[in-house]
Design a protein around this ligand. Structure first.
Ligand SMILES: Nc1ncnc2c1ncn2[C@@H]1O[C@H](COP(=O)(O)OP(=O)(O)OP(=O)(O)O)[C@@H](O)[C@H]1O
Length: 366
């Protein structure tokens, strides 16, 4: 089932929470709504479910206008952060409950509930009560219950927030598996970018009630449309430099181009020689977590982070000179919108020449 929002605005009293948003969620995909607290993720989810009604605009499920349709008639399954199981009912009764409300005959109810419990790997817990289960198991029950009526759309509001770190990873893989096995169009709300990027086919990034970007996870990371997305996606965060950054070499050809902020991800720096560098600084701290080495670098008051450098001999206090491949440098204008560096061909040729000189020097060095 495809979900489409057309110019949807949501206002609570005078507060505009969603401002004329437009998007299409592709059928049978897992889509994540990602953004900081208060950006409007849950509101968007509840508009799809029908628990909230839009102030203006239209919502379609495939070609059907559901803007005013009763939630019960929308064929959506909902999973909440706190599981919302009925404490006095067994697991089996919890899963069967929506079918009972729909007056499905008992035999069929039991069969469906058992099938759902098999799907979510909770079939050995059917006689227990929710309080006897772990958080992860309770969420499996909640997912089984949401799927019991074979909904067209499964909506999940921060479903993993109450679980510890290890269980979160396990359960997100489970949600991906269940979504792929059932093919149900699934919306997964989270403020955790790693969670969103790891399981979603498409991620919709929201901020202040507006869609910042909707893309597959790789595009979101490599080609953010604006500075907000660039900074929100990626851990450690992308490094940003302005024209007056003390780390920036004012003589570098790129420094003269038309941009306001440059973004370079920690893993995209390369060593170069002094004079040919774009960025310079002094290593202030070296952090090693398992196999990952992170260099914290300082240039006057500015701090940035470099990773994946093949340089175990470096020490705190060392001066380093860095550059990056052009396709790994992201540039933004004064409004924070992404701009292409390829617009200034001459300067880019200079940069590419200096990069190839560095590569030749590196090879000679080796
Ligand atoms: N029923 C309501 N009445 C008034 N304001 C509301 C209501 N529901 C949500 N809001 C406001 O709308 C904004 C968006 O809330 P929403 O819950 O959609 O954000 P969110 O992105 O899901 O954030 P969080 O991750 O914190 O849940 C917030 O400022 C919130 O205070």
């Amino acid at each position: 089932m495809q979900v489409r929002f057309e110019d949807v605005t949501m206002r609570f009293n005078d507060k505009v929470v969603l401002d004329r948003i437009n998007f299409t969620l592709p059928s049978q995909e897992l889509i994540s709504f990602l953004g900081p607290s208060g950006c409007g993720k849950s509101t968007t989810l509840y508009l799809i479910s029908g628990l909230l009604e839009a102030t203006s605009g239209h919502i379609y499920f495939d070609d059907q206008d559901v803007t005013k349709l009763d939630p019960v008639k929308r064929e959506v399954g909902l999973v909440f952060q706190n599981y919302a199981l009925y404490p006095h009912m067994t697991v089996l009764d919890n899963i069967m409950f929506p079918l009972k409300m729909a007056k499905v005959p008992k035999k069929e109810r039991v069969e469906t509930a058992k099938r759902m419990a098999e799907l979510t790997h909770i079939a050995d817990q059917l006689d227990k009560f929710p309080r006897q289960l772990s958080g992860g198991q309770q969420q499996r029950v909640a997912i089984s219950r949401a799927l019991s009526k074979s909904p067209d759309i499964l909506l999940m509001d921060e479903p993993l927030s109450n679980l510890d770190a290890r269980l979160r990873v396990e359960m997100r893989e489970e949600i991906r598996r269940i979504q792929q096995e059932t093919g149900v169009t699934t919306v997964f709300v989270t403020h955790d970018q790693e969670e969103a990027l790891s399981i979603a086919d498409h991620v919709m990034v929201l901020d202040k009630g507006e869609i910042q970007q909707m893309s597959d996870p790789v595009t979101l990371y490599r080609q953010p449309k604006n500075l907000f997305v660039a900074k929100f996606i990626g851990s450690p965060a992308i490094n940003t430099f302005t024209k007056t950054s003390p780390a920036l070499n004012p003589q570098a050809s790129l420094a003269g181009l038309n941009w306001t902020t440059l973004g370079i991800r920690p893993e995209h720096f390369k060593f170069t020689q002094v004079g040919q560098h774009l960025i310079q600084g002094v290593i202030s701290r070296i952090e090693q977590v398992g196999k990952d080495i992170t260099f914290h670098v300082q240039a006057d008051h500015e701090h940035f982070v470099v990773s994946d450098l093949n340089a175990t001999q470096l020490q705190a206090g060392d001066q380093i000179y860095l550059t990056a491949d052009l396709d790994h440098i992201q540039a933004f204008d004064a409004q924070g919108q992404a701009v292409s560096l390829n617009d200034s061909a001459g300067a880019i040729t200079d940069l590419q020449e200096s990069v190839s000189q560095v590569e030749e020097a590196d090879q000679a060095h080796e």
